[in-house]
Ligand binder design. Sequence first.
Ligand code: HAS
Ligand code: CU1
Length: 557
Amino acid sequence: MTTAAATVLSPAGYTLSDGQRRGIRWTIYVGYAALIAGIFHGLAQALSYANIDILKYFPALRSYYQGLTAHGVANVFVFTFSFSNAFLPLMTARALARKLHGGLLWSSFATLVLGNVLLIYAVVSGQASVLYTSYAPLKAHPTFYLGVVMIVISTWLALANMLVMLHQWRREHQGLRIPLLAFVSIASYLMWFLASLPDAVNLLGFIIPWSLGWLTKTDPLLNRTLFWFTGHAIVYAWLLPAYVSWYMLIPRQVGGRVISDSLTRFVFILFLLLSIPTGFHHQYTDPGIAEGVKFAHAILTFGVFFPSLATAFSVTASLEMGGRKRGGRGIIGWIPKLPWGDPSVTAQLLAMIAFVFGGITGLINASYIMNQVIHNTTWVPGHFHMTVGSAVALTLVGVAYWLIPYLSGRQLWGRRVALASSWLYFVGVLIFARGMADAGLHGMPRRIFRVEAAYNNVEWNLGGMLTGIGGTLMFIGLFLFFVVIAMTLLFGRKGEAPGDIPWSESVSAPKLKGWELRLDNLTMWFIVAILLILVAYGPFFLGMYTPNFVSPGFKFF
Ligand code: HAS
Ligand code: CU1
């Protein structure tokens, strides 16, 4: 390793001030508060597929759809982004050995809280039972959409914080490569920033004015298209912070290293390029979109599958390196040698295993013809509970097991309970997803209150029952996670927490000359991403589509 690169990669003596530590911690707590509500609603949803109704015991809950909206919004908007708003800037600050920008840290926190308050008001008061996708012409109270906008703005402020730190660092370190941990963290939110713009246009330009009554009619196809323009890439905004941990932190935690600096950068660049121009794979069955455009998005979806395959290879190689260092032999003999007793590692290993099935089901969804079979069935929630509901959720659980001690200065409480929590959740989600997939293949629609459905089918019984059993185990698993976190914060031993972030260096240092330097040119990759988007969405917006503002708003629930 060259000395120049080494100095930058391991800046000694990094300390996070108490004020900034608090800002980061409270940002994460906002997400935890949402997730607590989210798991209770999740339990109710899962049991309802087994024909068990506990929704009636929820105070002030008016409908199944109000509960499902609360579940989706809390888990995928608030929990995920609260975590990322804290985690990614912290990783960048650590890698660049810089202080966070205090004003941006706290304004990101404030907008997150404001967004949350607006969302809670809209959903709890029963004025926004439109589900997290909020498809027009279902119409919610303006505070719902404003809440979403505020959450998005909080992510932009978090990105601004990272860019300010990068800008300052670059001024002082000309000619040096961006440290990998900072690069992947920034690339993740840069992708999300670009991805969030279409739905920002949708909300600010159409949906909010319509919901305020300034526009009387709306165009559902346009709204759905703008939503999915953002909505596919949003899944990678949830996933990439988990990948940051898998690439950069897990290797250190198991005693390995990052396999390749350039491959890691390349993977995150591919996500920047390919996450966005794929949104029509959610609209294969929508009328008004030419087959050719849908086909192009299908091909690009197979393209965005590739960086995850590269990740599977790369992360497994880091794990194998760690397992062998710990005495593992043979083709798979290194697997049991991994530190399975470390709750932070175990949660993330289980997240990875679940994601293998999440990836396979994703490929099935993306396949144009097979999508006709599974679209709008419970297969789809089966898929996404093994992606966002496992790869992401379990990784964030695993990261919390070192991050909360690091931020609070208290040692993790209850290692065994923490391990049990992840195993219960993992086994639960596999049973749950098997149930959903099975029932989906027998045509059970998603987003139905089965308990009251007049069109029940006996072929859904097995799948529905597995869904209920798996969902209950998932609930217990995450409930135990909260017990561990609460006990750590209240009773964890002081002064024995990790003093640093467990980040890893790559096997060989980043090159200081040659083509690899271009990988760091984020501005160039950002522009290439825009060009690809123009190719993928241009024909639809410029050629095929004529605005058709035909529909008034509806409120059914
Ligand atoms: Fe998806 C629908 C296609 C990934 C989330 N997806 C959804 C919805 C959500 C979602 C929420 O093409 C529903 C939206 C709605 O409400 O309507 N998805 C894909 C494809 C991928 C994919 C091709 N999805 C995700 C991720 C998500 C997510 C990630 C959240 C975080 N999805 C679709 C399609 C639909 C869809 C269609 C529409 C369906 C419809 O008709 O409505 C791919 O990116 C997946 C790539 C993943 C892999 C797996 C790599 C594995 C790794 C782990 C390695 C394991 C190791 C284990 C190392 C290739 C990296 C080692 C461990 C040891 C112990 C040794
Ligand atoms: Cu997607």
